[in-house]
Ligand binder design. Sequence first.
Ligand code: ADP
Ligand code: MG
Ligand code: ZN
Length: 492
Amino acid sequence: MSSIYDKYEPVIGLEIHAQMKTQTKAFCKCSTNFHNSPNSNVCPICLGMPGTLPVLNKELLDYAIRMGLATNCSIREKSIFARKNYFYPDLTKGYQITQYETPICYDGHIHIKLKDKSEKRIGITRIHMEEDAGKSIHDFSDSETLVDFNRCGVPLIEIVSEPDINSSEEAITYMQKIRQILVYLDICDGNMEEGSLRCDANVSVRLKGSKEFGNRTEIKNLNSFKNVSDAIETEIKRQIEATENGEKVVFATMTYNAKDKTTTATRSKEQAHDYRYFPEPDLVKVNADEAMINGIKSKLPEFPDDKLKRFVNAYSIPEYDAEILTSGKELSIYFENVIKELKNKNEKAYKQASNWVMNDVLKVLNDIKINIEKFNIPEINLAKLIDLLLEEKINKTVALELFEMMLTMETRDGQNPEHLLKEKGLEQVSDTGEIDNIIKKILTESPKEVERYKGGEKKLAGLFVGKIMRESKGKANPKIVNELLLKNLEAL
Ligand code: ADP
Ligand code: MG
Ligand code: ZN
């Protein structure tokens, strides 16, 4: 059934603000540490006292250029800062230092992978450097607002996309990719709860097939993937319904209310800010010459897409595995360390390592909600466990049992699976004589089932295998069990 919603195509452009992991602020030497007590990371410069002079933090310039290079941007050799004038209680200067007409990076793009596995190019209009404002805190009291200036002057880059995004799903995939690149470049911690990554979403709709864009609205300050997705969905729906009712969508700045899933306009065009941008007179021109850019290029880490391809080629694992394993930088390092520690180095071993990290390790991380950095099994011990399995010293059941034990143990030596195996007497039994005895015992104990098996109920073999494995306390080598069981049954 077709609905009114199917007639329209959404058009979306994102402005992503990423907080840079520099030691100090954008234009002064104050610390950027998020956890310091309120109003302790401040000085006359970031508080905007008259007569003070800002100086650009070279690390910020370096980071912005890294992001530009990673997203195929051109880097501008000479750029300037501008003052964006507006009043806000947490902006003591009365203006924000940003870049306006000459962003440091421009004309870039990245590729995102869509659900149907096809790739889509999303243009990056510009990346510029700017400073953050302070933080107003309204929820301590009903009558007072508190303000924390620690965030004043904290360096940000703003990454502005072209309106190339056509669904909330694409918007999330794009944002995840941007986050992944930032984290790989080691320039942003990507922590959305702490506000290190925030997004403004520009949304418009147009009739499918139409060449012209509709009027956009801009939803400000979305701080989780879920909110980005929900806000865009809500706004698309609102715009389509308005258009169908004969109303015109007009530009407005919106806020998203996650509680009742609505978008509301806070400012319309008429009330739009006139920021009176002008060149920041207190800062010199930003120089980014070829030598400097080449220097930064030579220090760039491997990009996530390149790592993905390398994993597929070097370890012959499926692209699906490589995608998950490279989704986080630390996870990709963990996986590769496991591979390095493996004694067995072949495709089968690499696939085993991939399965363990992708399934068993990730499941634990999800269950107890921690990052791989906090995971208590070091690579060497997981590699030892995988080697034991590959060498058929244990079977998968025992491997999982050992893995569970390892999870509860603190020390690297204590959880060494080779030791645990000996201590607990869990070594796999491959002794054919021993296994044959167990099989004979089980078959004599189950005369009725044996009769039915001989009568043609071949699937009863599974039942025998279960009983035999239990009798061996899970230690029997399943391959040998299967072989010997068939021999025994045929001989009956
Ligand atoms: P502003 O400062 O007014 O927000 P920017 O140029 O910084 O303007 O950002 C504009 C953003 O809006 C870009 O991400 C761009 O892709 C997006 N955009 C522009 N036109 C449309 C449109 N018609 N529909 C949706 N997004 C749009
Ligand atoms: Mg904007
Ligand atoms: Zn300062």
